[in-house]
Design a protein around this ligand. Structure first.
Ligand SMILES: *Cc1c(COP(=O)(O)O)cnc(C)c1O
Length: 375
């Protein structure tokens, strides 16, 4: 056992998938979003669990992530959200990996390559309905469609867009995006074209915009057990999947005034007991938690004192009389009746749970609980 580690609770993932299913209609299917190493949770075990839980598609950001899934033997439809570059086009077509498509030159290359391979390339057209990021701008979608539908060798399997603010309590911008999306769908229908998969909803859309579910929904954060934002009315009982734990490496009694850590930013006012924990910013524990964070020891909260360094932090356990060396410390997750959530850490660091998961997820040691083999 290493001195610090990440635990991934696959039973919690299954529970969250069930919560997703409870909120969608019978005609809707799920795209499990496993980009960025499944938000740091470990793409392969998460993808396997989602596939066995019956998700219809998997979504990644980059083609190399899709290749990792394929090499691992996961033969499930894969959508690449950031599209596929020309150098990967032939391989992607051979493997039937679907790009989110937003550029005509990519579509043309795809068409030529598919014709040369004597096959059909499936794509999902990405429309920008107001996110202002990836996608064909919705007002240019009709002209784009005319050109796209004329290309041989391409099958428009799906059409998608992405909400910019579905996690806000005010849904007016999401409704505007939805009406623009419906306009584009109308243009498509007007050309006598039926696509199999229409999708726009992320976790927030799934929860708060049931009329935006269409044939597919694309939950990410909800699967990992966090609400998309604090603003969202959130009835679902989700279970966080990731924990970060470590053992007390050293325990020492220090006199009042003994500086703790780099920069001497913490000086105890009274004699104190300080525990050193082998976790630092290299493990994705944010340096912004210096003199701000809290952890759980023996079921009690203890404050991070002094700066977070690369591989170590120091916590004040003066009040936790029973704490001893090698005791387990929870930096993210549950211990006895208390929990340090990714939302709590994110709030202290002025960021979002997504970023906390991604950075802690780069930890070298991960243990997959409840079934899957350790990787
Ligand atoms: C990441 C992502 C999602 C998932 O979003 P969550 O807020 O995690 O549910 C859905 N769609 C697209 C296009 C994404 O990039």
């Amino acid at each position: 056992m290493p001195l610090s580690w990440v635990e991934i609770d696959l039973a919690a993932l299954r529970h969250n998938l069930l919560q997703v299913r409870k909120r969608m209609s019978a005609r809707t299917q799920i795209i499990g979003v496993v980009k960025s190493d499944a938000y740091g949770h470990g793409m392969l075990p998460i993808a396997r669990e989602l596939v066995s839980g019956g998700v219809h598609f998997l979504a990644v950001s980059k083609f190399w992530e899709a290749q990792e899934l394929l090499v691992a033997g996961i033969r499930h439809p894969i959508l690449v959200l950031s599209g596929i570059e020309p150098c990967d086009m032939e391989e992607a077509i051979r493997q039937q990996v679907r790009p989110a498509l937003f550029r005509l030159d990519h579509a043309e290359l795809m068409s030529r390559t598919a014709c040369r391979l004597d096959t059909e390339a499936k794509i999902h057209l990405k429309v920008d309905t107001g996110m202002g990021r990836l996608g064909v701008p919705y007002e240019r979608a009709p002209a784009f469609l005319d050109k796209l539908l004329a290309l041989p060798g391409i099958k428009l399997e799906g059409i998608l867009s992405h909400f910019a603010a579905a996690d806000e309590s005010d849904k007016s911008y999401s409704e505007l995006q939805l009406s623009r999306f419906r306009e584009v769908l109308g243009e498509l229908a007007g050309r006598g074209h039926a696509v199999q998969f229409i999708h726009i909803a992320n976790s927030a859309g799934l929860l708060d915009l049931p009329h935006a579910h269409f044939q597919l929904i694309r939950p990410g954060i909800m699967l990992y057990g966090s609400p998309p934002s604090q603003e969202l009315h959130f009835p679902a009982r989700l279970k966080p999947v990731m924990s970060l734990k470590a053992k007390i490496l050293q325990l020492k009694d220090v006199p009042a005034g003994q500086p703790i850590g780099y920069g001497r930013t913490f000086l105890p006012e009274k004699p104190s007991r300080i525990a050193t924990i082998p976790v630092g910013y290299d493990d994705g524990y944010p340096r912004l938690l210096s003199n701000q964070g809290q952890v759980l020891v023996c079921g009690q909260r203890a404050a991070v004192v002094g700066r977070v360094s690369m591989n170590l932090i120091t916590i004040d356990v003066t009040h936790v009389r029973q704490a001893k060396e090698d005791d387990e410390v929870v930096l993210l997750g549950e211990q006895m009746d208390d929990r340090i959530s990714a939302e709590e850490i994110a709030q202290t660091c002025a960021t979002i749970s997504y970023e906390i998961y991604c950075s802690i997820g780069r930890h070298r040691f991960k243990y997959f609980l409840n079934g899957a083999a350790d990787l």
